[in-house]
Structure formats: structure tokens, C-alpha cells
Ligand binder design. Sequence first.
Ligand SMILES: Cc1cc2nc3c(=O)[nH]c(=O)nc-3n(C[C@H](O)[C@H](O)[C@H](O)COP(=O)(O)OP(=O)(O)OC[C@H]3O[C@@H](n4cnc5c(N)ncnc54)[C@H](O)[C@@H]3O)c2cc1C
Length: 439
Amino acid sequence: MTFSSALDECFWLDAVDTGHLEPPVQGNEEAEVVLVGGGYTSLVAAYFLKRQCPEMDMAVLESDYLGFGSSGRNAGMVLHELHTDRLGRHGPRSVRFTYDQAVAAIDTIEEISRESGFDCELERTGYLKIAVHPAHLRKLAKIQASYGKLGVELPLLNGEEIQAAVRSRRFKGALRFPQAAMLHPGKYVAGLKQAIKKAGVRIYEQTRVTAIREGAELEVITSGGTLRSPNLVLGLNAYWADNRFGILRDRAVSLLSFIILTEPLPDDLWKELGWSGRQGYSDARRIHNYVRVTGKRILFGGRVAYHFGMEAPAGRERIYDRLYQEMLETFPCLEGVVSITHRWCGPVAITRRHTPLIGRTGKKDNIYYAMGYSGMGASLATLAGRVLADLVRGEDRRWQDLLYLRDRTLPLPPEPLRFLAFQGSYHGMRLLDGLDRWR
Ligand SMILES: Cc1cc2nc3c(=O)[nH]c(=O)nc-3n(C[C@H](O)[C@H](O)[C@H](O)COP(=O)(O)OP(=O)(O)OC[C@H]3O[C@@H](n4cnc5c(N)ncnc54)[C@H](O)[C@@H]3O)c2cc1C
């Protein structure tokens, strides 16, 4: 059973017209640039390449349909959060530049949708990182100070202020990221598809890449034929684990994340929740929930499971039930009065430093990649797409300070050691989260 099964029905995918797919590759073809993966990374790269080089002949290949991957099934929180605790060894100039680019990516989404004439429901609500234990207040103050060192002022909300933003007895305070936004992931991906198609990019759906033969002229072997091209862009993010290309498979672990969505809430419940600014939030635990509002519904996400392949995990019923319980613990007023209409899951790629990797590789240095957004791909895959377009054109000077272009991390261990390392760190984080509760 794949992720597109009825049991795991993703709300956003209603906006993606899966009834009219682009035809698959058949036979042998050529393109100046081949982009693999039908998510934000490849589509934004194609968008900017086409804008900068209108004559360039490009082909996007997707094994299922555009938006099938995480780009069509995420929570739609467009964030500008840096993992500042993991960036200490980098100079403040590069860190600040990287932060500014994450913020600018939100403007990029607005710009693409305006220029292409689509509405992806981008709402500049801001985002809250919420303390659910007193120990988190110290953690948030530390994070605030680390941003302060970069010259970025983020407001800390006290108990009273967070209750005024959204009411839950679990919430003790919050750090606010004011420029963050919320969007409709399905409408973003569908809008990108229309924009690049109109600009003349060839799109092939239901076309799975099965092998890549390297060389100055690459051969991209697919389920329906072969494409020859001097440039290949790989936008596979968490799907590297499913592929046998042998390139960069040791850079990120792929974890499944889960979402439940309520029916539209009646007005009296909205009043009780007092969610006036509609900000999305995640709590400050290491294994956290991420939550937002869409229309009059609440989207509640979290939990993780190791992603072993394209099959949805057998134990997901239990995971959805646990998420539902967590939602009721957070908002007890929903108990017995609100039902869940949708629930789904999808893979997230987590790197060692929880920061993405962007670059070029291959025997002829003509394979371009971006991956490992660690749950922040709405903004960072948009940024990466823009960077990849410049890398392909050889115009990458302006990105020299971007940390994501400087991957010096060690590869992850091979399986089954990788799985065991994940288990160790997952249980370690849960233990630390438990300790925070009593501190
Ligand atoms: C449940 C969930 C919640 C999330 N919430 C957020 C959030 O709120 N904010 C945020 O910023 N990020 C979030 N993310 C992460 C975000 O969705 C991703 O980082 C982002 O979508 C990655 O985009 P991408 O284009 O790189 O990859 P994807 O969108 O995953 O696209 C990769 C595509 O490659 C295709 N593919 C795989 N193998 C092949 C092959 N061999 N040949 C051809 N095609 C292939 C797949 O079908 C897939 O469509 C979430 C992710 C999930 C799963």
C-alpha cells in the first residue's frame, strides 16, 4: 500500500489534478537539463532556469505525479529557523547570510506565485516555538540569545502573552519568528507545475529513474526510455533512500512524519482556543508536535518512524491514535466534539547537522543536488531550487557564503548501523524530553 492510498488521505492533494497526468517518457530523448523529482527542489530550479535562459530545453521526471512526495504532503509552515546550536563552528557572517536567505525564500514564494498568477494561500502569520515545560523557557532564552548575536531580534512571549496568542494550559511561553508564513502545499506545487509547463519545460510523470550512467553526456535510464543530457539535477530529498543510484545515499536518514487534520471547527470552539493570529507552532521538545490552522481546521503533526521504503508502515494506526491523544492533551476542548477527516504521512530527510546540503558531484561534476531539509523544505527547498539554477548556469558567486554549499560532515554509517544509530538517538532524545518535564 503506497502513501497515496485512501487510508492515508492527504488533504492538500485535492488541489493536485491527478486525473490529468503528463505522459511518461517513451523511447530515447535528449534535454539540456534533466531534473529528477517532482517537488519544490526540481520545480523551483526549473522555474528559475527557464526564467534566466528561456531557450534552455529542460525535462522534469517524476516517478508518480508532481506533488506526490513531501512537497504535496507537508504541513505548509514556511520557516526561517536556523539550527543555531549546530552552526557554532561557522563565522557569524555566513550564518547571518544563510539566515537572511531563508527569510528571503518566503518572499521568493510570494514572487513566484504573483508572477505566475497562482494563489497558494500564503499567510504571513509568523511561527511560535512553544515551551511546554518550564525547562523550555531557559532553552528558548538561549536560542533567542544566539539569534541576538547575529543581530536578529526575536521576541520571547511570557505565559500571559502566549495564552493571548493561543490558549492551552500546557503552554508556558514562546519564541516568535515573525516573518514565517503558512501556505497550501498542494496549491504551491500545482502552481509551480502550471508555471513551468507554460514556460515550456517538458514534464514526464509516472516516469521512474532506475539508473544513471555518468559521463560528459549523462544517460538517465527510466521505466519508459532513456534521456541523454549534459546536466542532471537531483531533487529527491527523503527519497534518496528508495533509490539505487549510489550517489549521496549516506548523507541523510529518511524518517516518516505523521499528520492528522480535524473537520472545520465551529465558531464557539475557535473563540475558546483564542487562536487570534493563526500562527503555526511547534513545541520546544526534541521530538515535538507541529501544529497550524488551515481554514477552520487544525492540522496536528508529529511522531516519527524510520522510513524503510515506499510502503506505509504497518503500525501507523497506533501512531495516528497517539497523535490524536496529544492533540486532546493540548486542546481538551476538542474532546468528543471534533472528528478527524484526514490523516497521512510522508518522509523527511534529516542530516547530521539538521541543515541541507546543496552542491554538485559525479565523475564529470555535472550532477547537481540538494537534499536534507530536515523538515524545513518549504522555504529551504525553494531557496535550494534557486541556488541550483545558478549552479547549473555557472553563476554561483553570490551564494559563496551559504553554509549549505559547504558540506564537510562525515557520511552516515551503512545499514543496519544507521538504523541502530537512529534508534539510539531517538530514545536518547525521548529520555531528555522526559527529564525536561521534571526539571
Ligand atoms: C508530514 C510532513 C510534514 C512536513 N512539514 C513541513 C513544514 O511544515 N514545513 C517545511 O518547511 N517542511 C515540511 N516538510 C518537509 C518538506 O515537505 C520537504 O523538505 C520538501 O517538500 C522537499 O521537497 P523536494 O522537492 O526536495 O522533495 P519531494 O517533494 O519529496 O520530491 C521528491 C520526488 O521525487 C520522486 N522520486 C523519488 N524517486 C524517484 C525516481 N527514482 N525517479 C523519479 N522520481 C522519483 C518522489 O516521488 C517525489 O515526488 C514536511 C514533510 C512531511 C513528510
